[in-house]
Design a protein around this ligand. Structure first.
Ligand SMILES: Nc1ncnc2c1ncn2[C@@H]1O[C@H](COP(=O)(O)OP(=O)(O)O)[C@@H](O)[C@H]1O
Ligand SMILES: [Mg+2]
Length: 309
């Protein structure tokens, strides 16, 4: 173990809706980094983050936060101000990726197919169908399927739960045509796609519980899809990573609708700039599939860290 290895401050927790997931990601990444010989100081992030970082004085920050503040460019901006190199995407890419509407506009510009949709006031969405069901209602800027609702054919109107503050939806929500079929995801590491995984949820709709519960969904790697779809998913993920100006590791989510024809249609949902690194996570699995161990993956992320917006 080298004594010259960097001192890493690992940021986790925070106060977003995804606090719990981040704590698990943080715990595992800290273990992986220590295994690689880094000195790691874990910081459960609060409003005094700048002060904490000044005390810890790390060489580099490993950002294991998810959701608002940690994933949307805010913490990245603070790290720029403090001039501490950090893992994952910079300020701009993080902020755009978190805003599903703006990210989709950029994806479409470079020829990536996204789900047809719109952003509307939650109050209006509650009153009547603004789109022909089936459609999906989700936050414009959240993650981890917090508050994703499916409005099925025959439903009179969107579910009452949409108004529940616990759903975490803002004044404005995103409506998208429901894309039937299968769920695919692609990790991009430093601009290169690692592979395609199919997520086969045991629940009928891929929700928060099935995503994070141990054994909640089956991961099929490599995904059993036609070769051309596999290649297309990789290329589109790399293109999305590039057009947003992502860094480090990110993960693109897709729907693949092969319910009416084969090959079917590939539709990109989003790119996650702070993908989960929990025991059931997709990124470490795809890295392992490529022969990159978990400690090697987190080491690569630390060595890739920078301050570049
Ligand atoms: N247009 C859509 N059609 C079908 N399923 C969708 C659609 N949008 C979202 N979903 C489902 O909800 C999940 C979460 O949506 P996503 O856009 O990836 O947001 P996040 O992961 O940030 O919560 C997806 O993985 C998918 O299972
Ligand atoms: Mg997603």
């Amino acid at each position: 173990m080298s004594e010259t290895k960097k001192h890493v401050a690992l940021l986790c927790g925070g106060w977003s809706a995804e606090r719990e997931v981040s704590l698990v990601t943080g715990r595992d990444c800290a273990a992986g980094l220590r295994e690689s010989g880094y000195k790691v100081t874990e910081i459960d992030v609060g409003h005094d983050l700048a002060e904490r970082l000044r005390q810890v004085a790390p060489d580099v920050v490993f950002n294991a936060l998810h959701g608002q503040w940690g994933e949307d460019g805010c913490v990245q901006g603070l790290l720029e101000v403090l001039e501490i190199p950090y893992t994952h995407s910079g300020v701009l890419a993080s902020a755009i990726a978190m805003d599903k509407e703006r990210a989709k506009a950029l994806f479409e510009k470079v020829g990536i197919t996204c789900a047809i949709g719109m952003v509307a006031k939650r109050d209006d969405v509650m009153k009547s169908h603004l789109m022909e069901p089936p459609y999906v209602i989700k936050p414009v800027n959240q993650g981890s399927s917090v508050g994703v609702f499916l409005v099925r054919k025959g439903d009179n109107r969107p579910p009452e739960a949409l108004d529940d503050p616990k759903a975490g939806l803002g004044e404005e929500v995103m409506l998208e045509r429901f894309i039937a079929g299968r769920e695919l995801t692609v990790t991009v590491m430093g601009g290169t796609a690692l592979g395609v995984t199919e997520i086969d949820p045991k629940a009928s709709f891929y929700d928060y519980d099935s995503k994070y519960a141990e054994g909640g969904s089956a991961h099929i790697l490599p995904a059993e899809v036609p070769e051309e779809i596999f290649v297309q998913a990789c290329l589109q993920s790399e293109r999305a990573f590039e057009v947003l100006g992502c860094r480090g590791v990110a993960r693109a989510d897709f729907r693949y609708d092969d319910t009416t024809k084969s090959p079917g249609d590939l539709v990109m949902l989003e790119i996650n700039t702070q993908p989960g690194m929990t025991p059931t996570s997709l990124v470490p699995e795809q890295a392992a599939f490529k022969g990159i161990s978990f400690p090697d993956l987190v080491s690569w992320m630390v060595e890739d860290a920078s301050c570049q917006r």
